[in-house]
Design a protein around this ligand. Structure first.
Ligand SMILES: NC(=O)c1ccc[n+]([C@@H]2O[C@H](COP(=O)([O-])OP(=O)(O)OC[C@H]3O[C@@H](n4cnc5c(N)ncnc54)[C@H](O)[C@@H]3O)[C@@H](O)[C@H]2O)c1
Length: 259
């Protein structure tokens, strides 16, 4: 499903694909990009939530061009279909945001092999698949080409509460980003990570009040990050002002590393 086109905004004429875009941080990123004039393909495995998200996205009061793709990003065929849909609908792809992720809290001794594989498949392999499928299109975009991978503080310092598989997947995402940043630098395409601390989303809403308070107490700014604040960091890295930043990880963590 593709909708109306935007002709204004700093990202007018650019095209983006955001994974895990049906809710939370992914939806905030898709909303921010669309609000700046980009045509956005929203990709998620949750068809119902995606439908609602896309409806809301087109209700800004200004023209927004969006496309909706139900896909499991840990599946190579689904990823190829998602990228092809965006390219067909929009005529190219300039911006890829790998955001889809899951975060089981299992203690290390209780992580099954199947759960390890699932976390690594959705949080890390999916980004590899998306980057590989998007590569020729991003290269064609040259200096407008951007990859943003949504990592986590867990990838840098093991996390506050999360499982080892989650931390390993996010550390892997940071390594993947650095490797791709070197590969794509000659084309002018930049590759960066955004690493939030605990965010106000469905992913953390299921935590008990005690768990949420324990995590909040470790963050100097004393609260969880809002999805819109993560989206703002993504928008900066996508902007022309950030054209010389690549291979970096932008921390959006309320000062967590100050302690
Ligand atoms: N919430 C946090 O505290 C936090 C902190 C740091 C980093 N992050 C990262 O930010 C990203 C978004 O987190 P969120 O809190 O918005 O999560 P969320 O659970 O609110 O939303 C994640 C979305 O990803 C989708 N998704 C899951 N598996 C998928 C798959 N295989 N294919 C396609 N879509 C899939 C879900 O359906 C959901 O819509 C994740 O990568 C997460 O690890 C979150």
């Amino acid at each position: 499903m593709a909708t109306e086109s935007a002709t204004h905004g700093e990202l007018a004429g650019r095209t983006a694909l955001v994974t895990g875009a049906a809710r939370g941080i992914g939806l905030a990123i898709a909303t921010a990009l669309a609000g700046r004039g980009a045509a956005v393909a929203l990709v998620d495995v949750d068809a119902e939530a995606l439908e609602v998200a896309c409806r809301d996205l087109t209700g800004f009061g200004k023209p927004v061009r969006s496309s909706l793709v139900v896909a499991d990003v840990s599946c190579a065929d689904d990823v190829r279909r998602a990228i092809e849909t965006a390219v067909t609908d929009f005529g190219g792809l300039d911006i890829l945001v790998n955001n889809a992720g899951i975060c089981p809290l299992s203690p290390f001794a209780e992580i099954s092999e199947a759960e390890w594989d699932r976390v690594l498949a959705i949080n890390l392999k999916a980004a590899f698949l998306c980057c590989q499928a998007a590569l020729p299109h991003l290269r064609r975009s040259g200096c407008r080409g951007r990859i943003i991978n949504i990592a986590s503080v867990a990838g840098q310092m093991g996390g506050l509460l999360v499982g080892a598989h989650y931390a390993a997947s996010k550390a892997g995402l940071i390594g993947l980003s650095k490797s791709l940043a070197k590969l794509l630098a000659p084309d002018g395409v930049t590759v960066n990570c955004v690493a939030p601390s605990t965010a106000e989303t469905d992913l953390t809403a299921v935590w008990s009040d005690e768990m949420q308070a324990r995590v909040r107490a470790q963050i100097p700014l004393g609260r969880f990050v809002r999805p819109e604040e993560v989206a703002a960091a993504v928008c900066y890295l996508i902007s022309d002002a950030a054209a010389f930043i690549t291979g970096a990880t932008l921390d959006v963590n309320g000062g967590l590393y100050l302690r």
